[in-house]
Write a protein that binds this ligand. Sequence first.
Ligand code: 2BA
Length: 108
Amino acid sequence: MKLIVAIVHDEDSHELIKKLASKEFNITKLASTGGFLKTGNTTLIIGVEKSKVDEALKIIANTCKTRKEYTMASSMIGETSSFIGQPIEVSVGGATVFVLDVDQFVKF
Ligand code: 2BA
């Protein structure tokens, strides 16, 4: 068994959960916050049989879009101190996904 941890944009999460649920994936949705932009995003944890990982990844890839977002350069002090006060454009990925091995899965 595998655990998929997918960090996605809040705006894509509703559609993604709908599509995954329609294919009978079990999902837990967590409200999360990006460490860099410090804005909300959504983390989904999805426990799946190994044989269904690719299907889940395909749905995630097809649903989650890359977006441009802006942050003030003050969050990057040290790297771009000459740009402090300027908005910096960052590309936020469609989804950041980790696929982990699951040692044990039990329900009581
Ligand atoms: P944030 O940490 O808010 O990052 C948002 C976007 O800002 C990132 O998009 C990236 O393009 C940019 N960014 C992040 N750290 C940066 C830095 N030190 N310097 C310059 N630009 C930086 P994504 O890479 O698509 O990440 C989207 C969200 O996924 C992240 O939100 C974070 O919540 C999560 N994430 C990404 N990589 C991760 C990792 N290795 N471990 C844990 N969470 C991760």
